[in-house]
Design a protein around this ligand. Structure first.
Ligand code: TXA
Ligand code: MG
Length: 313
């Protein structure tokens, strides 16, 4: 059910959960002040309680009540990337943020979204927790229809016609004297060099340290269809391929195009919609073309595909 900004604000203020657009993907929003609504978010998504939520804010002043401590370069990162698809993990006074939100950690993940509708809503309601608006483990939602497919036609969805990047925010965490990426996302690691003077390493990928982001441990972003990632296609193959515009694939295959390799932003935007399309069409398995250079946004796209094709739950 599509709702207006005022309806969304009033539902949230009354302890309800609503879907809200951001510049990355749709979020499932609940007020940071309402524990019942926060618990509802976990329940509706089927999300494990040990997976913390991102707190969304409209201004830096919204952070003050948590008594956060700001690691080196925090102000520069916030000034340069907020509002925008960057989430920053901050040590806070744990007494000031419900344990459910932080899954018992002594940090909280924070971001200021760029989408004007989301910002207007946040100015009315105050800070909101917002995990991606999808059933836990499934592809995120980039359209209102995706939210309705997961939570039903009557679920309240605030819409905005604005384009979405389609990939979730990048999460940074300050650890042992340097910023690390604990979830790759809409901002590739190259984006941070100018501000930090170095490229943050990607934890669990470029460094052997265990990921600090609980949500990264699961199979994720996954359609019901089984995905086979491959760089080679032979003429005798048949079935469905998630591939790229302008590439030649076996003639008997049905190709769903993720976009052009010259335009990784477009691929990011279409990725979850294409994964969902497999299920909408009842396709049981598909090949995915992963013959692309692992740089910039392609690293995030590759990571999402790996998680989506993982056999582990
Ligand atoms: O783009 C986004 O970030 C979207 C939109 C709606 O804002 N939100 C989103 O939330 O992707 P979610 O819940 O689907 O993913 C949040 C990730 C999870 O993997 C969680 O483990 C991690 O953030 N996270 C949250 N709080 C954390 C913390 N204090 N320390 C480390 N990781 C944390
Ligand atoms: Mg998610």
């Amino acid at each position: 059910m599509r709702i207006t900004l005022d309806e969304a604000a009033s539902l949230i203020q009354n302890g309800q959960v609503v879907a809200v657009p951001t510049e990355t993907v749709y979020g499932l929003a609940a007020s940071l002040n309402c524990l019942t609504a926060i618990r509802k978010v976990f329940e509706i998504k089927g999300r494990p309680l040990n997976n913390p939520l991102i707190v969304h804010i409209a201004s830096l002043e919204d952070l003050a009540p948590f008594h956060p401590s700001f690691p080196l370069h925090f102000e520069d990162l916030a000034e340069h990337f907020w509002p925008g698809p960057l989430t920053i993990v901050l040590p806070i006074d744990p007494n000031k943020v419900p344990a459910e939100v932080r899954a018992g950690l002594s940090t909280v993940a924070v971001r200021m979204p760029e989408n004007e509708t989301a910002l207007k809503l946040l100015r009315k309601t105050g800070p909101l927790v917002m995990p991606s608006a999808n059933l836990s483990g499934r592809p995120s939602s980039t359209l209102a229809e995706h939210v309705e497919a997961d939570f039903g036609e009557s679920f309240p969805v605030l819409e905005s016609g604005l384009k979405k990047r389609g990939l979730e925010s990048t999460i940074l965490y300050y650890h042992e004297g340097a910023w690390k990426i604990i979830r790759q996302g809409a901002l590739p690691k190259e984006a941070f060099t100018l501000i930090l003077g170095y490229e943050p390493t990607i934890m669990g990928y470029e460094s052997n340290e265990a990921p600090k982001c609980p949500g990264q441990l699961y199979r994720h972003y996954a359609p019901h269809a089984k995905l086979h990632l491959t760089k080679t296609f032979e003429e005798g193959m048949s079935g469905t391929i998630l591939g790229f515009h302008g590439r030649k694939y076996p003639s008997k295959c049905h190709v769903i195009s993720l976009g052009s390799l010259n335009n990784p932003e477009e691929i990011g935007e279409k990725l979850y919609g294409c994964l969902r399309e497999l299920d909408e069409r009842g396709i049981a398995s598909a090949f995915v073309d992963i013959d692309f250079p692992l740089k910039g946004l392609f690293r995030t796209i590759y990571e999402r595909l790996q998680k989506a094709s993982s056999p582990f739950h």
